[in-house]
Design a protein. Structure first.
Ligand code: G6P
Length: 541
């Protein structure tokens, strides 16, 4: 495991910060789990949040139990592994499985189309892992209810197919025991976004076929290096992140070059955004975009030229980034273990769902309609069409600010588009990109020197959502929602998934608007045509 600095100024700044942190005894204190490192107010929480430092050893105890589960699933031919979990309960398994090249269907969405697609795929051979630390996350609870119903309808006993990962004593543990589900308890002394090497990361990954023992070995190998001030990659990375942010380089561009590790930036994004984005401070991770060479950015990656290169296998990467985040949190003077602003949008959503009864949700009236796209929000008077909306939003980004695209849509819909049988790989990826809302990020980034981020809702609510609401208030927000063709009832609840999805979008919109930030919502009345129209309009200047 090593950290290499491609820029001399960044290297010098990081070295000075490492020296200072070492003089203060931070690496030794952190390594032994000293909860006082983030100040008095954070101490009680930090006391029950530092278990991740010992996971390379403690998680080994889980391996026999997990092996038994894997053997059972193999024996029963349960080859389709579906994971219902949000944020810290799904981002790590997603990277682990992508890196191991094994298939895992992740449900961290309330999009009815996306959930329907998973349900339609080999239900007779599906094993569902329901992962939630708190045991009360609405998306995960909805998925559990939907799958229970689907299994029953197919004549399958849900108890044979559902595995629950949760903290001891959570309401989910109780419900799972009552239902006769297999329950694997996670370490309660580790927060969600630091839980990659707990049961949350390991159970679904092992079921999907990843070698989790190796992952723990990789972490165990780097662990001794974290105890001192010399040759400590976690300290070096944390010092670099913290020093850069304090010097105004608080946008962290995470490069995802093709490497042996697949998709790590999405996991780092949650760790850094949720841990640091609070009290008007924080580091904004930028994933999926090229650096702008702007003076407020720092570039990092597994294999990056000129930026901070973090070299090492996935198990070690998890531990190093966690350690670095804790170090950077101390430098920024925040508590890296809480997420004080996540609850607000959830509360707004619950209120909107409650107030709405069975009637229409309070969307308001569109300010303008451009083909299959309705535009909601306060627009400058001269804006007459979608292209004008994009221009106005880009112009509203303040100095040191950013634009965040928040898409409450089906993140796999583009892959359903038929491709000609003779199409080359490049042609296929071009067809997908032409139907993928995420393509908007690159098109708008091309038109500004400010960072443009892209998040799928509600997934981002459990990740960058904390930063957007708790971090520096210089964001401009573009929400995208879409009409639902075929909805899905959440059994035992008075709402459908589509209704929950829209209420989540409106709930976060309220939270952002309440902070006085520019927010526009685009609603696609026809999703497919709407995405094409968005992409065309973004190209027009
Ligand atoms: O694992 P759960 O309790 O369901 O939580 C899932 C996610 O929910 C919240 O939004 C937190 O902010 C995240 O840090 C967490 O990972």
């Amino acid at each position: 495991m090593s950290i290499t600095f491609g820029d001399e100024a960044v290297a010098a700044e990081a070295a000075a910060a490492v020296r200072k942190l070492a003089e203060e005894g931070v690496p030794e204190a952190l390594s032994r789990g000293d909860a006082s490192l983030w100040g008095g107010e954070a101490e009680s929480e930090a006391r029950i949040r530092l278990g991740w430092l010992d996971l390379p050893t403690t998680s080994r105890e889980l391996l026999p139990e997990i092996s038994k589960l894997v053997e059972r699933a193999r024996a029963e031919n349960l080859e389709h592994v579906v994971l219902a979990g949000m944020g810290g309960s799904s981002l790590a398994p997603e990277v682990i499985c992508a890196t191991s090249d094994v298939a895992l269907t992740v449900l961290d969405t309330t999009d009815p189309g996306q959930v329907r697609r998973a349900l339609a795929d080999r239900l007779d051979r599906t094993i569902l892992v329901v992962s939630s630390k708190s045991g009360s996350t609405v998306e995960t609870d909805s998925h559990r209810r939907i799958y229970e119903q689907a299994f029953r309808d197919a004549g399958i006993d849900p108890a044979d197919r559902i595995v629950v990962v949760t903290d001891p004593g959570s309401p989910l543990e109780q419900a799972a025991i009552e239902s006769g589900y297999t329950v694997i308890l996670a370490d309660p002394n580790v927060g969600g976004r630091y839980s990659a090497l707990t049961a949350f990361g390991l159970v679904p990954s092992a079921l999907a076929g990843a070698d989790i023992g190796r992952l723990l070995d990789q972490a165990a190998e780097v662990r001794p290096q974290l105890a001192g001030g010399e040759g400590n990659p976690g300290l070096e990375l944390g010092a670099a992140l913290g020093a850069a942010a304090l010097a105004g380089r608080d946008k962290l561009v995470l490069e995802d070059s093709l490497s042996a590790i697949n998709g790590l930036p999405d996991w780092i994004e949650q760790l850094i955004a949720e841990s640091t984005g609070k009290q008007g401070k924080g580091i904004l991770p930028v994933v999926g975009a090229d650096p702008n060479e702007a003076d407020d950015e720092l570039v990092a990656g597994i294999d990056t030229e000129g930026g901070v290169q973090v070299d090492g296998p996935l198990g070690a990467q998890f531990l190093i980034w966690e350690y670095a985040t804790a170090v950077a949190g101390r430098m920024l003077g925040i508590n890296p273990f809480d997420q004080p602003n996540v609850a607000e949008s959830k509360e707004n959503t619950a209120r909107i769902l409650g107030d709405g009864g069975d009637g229409a949700l309070p969307t308001g009236a569109p300010a303008l309609v451009d083909g299959p796209v309705e535009v909601y929000g306060d627009l400058p008077a001269d804006v007459k069409d979608l292209s004008g909306v994009f221009t106005a939003l880009l112009e509203q980004i303040p100095d040191r600010g950013y634009l965040a695209i928040l898409a409450f849509l089906d993140r796999e819909a583009a892959f359903d588009v038929p491709v000609p049988p003779e199409a080359s790989f490049e042609e296929i990826t071009d067809i997908w990109a032409a139907h993928d809302p995420a393509t908007l990020q690159g098109l708008l980034a091309f038109r500004t020197d400010h960072p443009v981020t892209f998040g799928w809702g509600p997934r981002y609510l459990h990740s960058t959502g904390q930063y957007h609401k708790g971090g520096p208030q210089n964001g401009v927000f573009l929400e995208i929602t879409g009409a639902v063709e075929e909805d899905l009832q959440v059994p035992g609840r008075p709402y459908t998934l589509g209704r929950l999805q829209l209420a989540q979008a409106l709930g976060d919109l309220d939270a952002l608007r309440g902070r006085g930030r520019p927010v526009v919502r685009l609603h696609l009345t026809d999703r497919k045509a709407g995405v094409r129209h968005l992409l065309d309009a973004a190209r027009e200047v």
